[in-house]
Design a protein around this ligand. Sequence first.
Ligand code: FEO
Length: 173
Amino acid sequence: MIEPTIEEALGKQINQEFTAAYNYLGMSAYFDSQSLDGFANWMQIQHDEEVEHGMRLFRYLLDRGGKIELKAIPAPQSEYDNTMSVFETALEQERENSRCINQLYELATQSNDFATKSHLQWFLDEQVEEEKSIEDIIAMLRLAKDDVSALLFLNDKLGSRETGQDGSLEDGE
Ligand code: FEO
């Protein structure tokens, strides 16, 4: 069995992951509307990853005998000022998610719930990777500034990301 406080916190985190997925899907739709299909592809794979994260927690909570009450997912933002503002929003979302995972880990530590801590370890590592990927893309966008060819080059690069690959710029070459 799992403690009610951990059960509730994991339930919240499941919602957080699916909310993130939905937000990425909104970002993907935005890029598609801007004819930036490479960025749209990257965001769609990001969506798929978040669904996978949500499902990892969903499965774990069930395996521990927890009860799941799925909550509503807010509508995602669908309009953005520009490419940079999308990635800045994505970074803020990932930083917030890292804070949530850290709090969850702290709660599991206080409750001596070693199995949950072990399960969360994967998420802690994943957050480092996700924040770095987005920070790297923001750095590239800063360098590109208003250079359309640089933006299209980046669009091509992000377009080569395949399902199962993390979002780093080194991948998908
Ligand atoms: Fe599931 Fe991007 O954190």
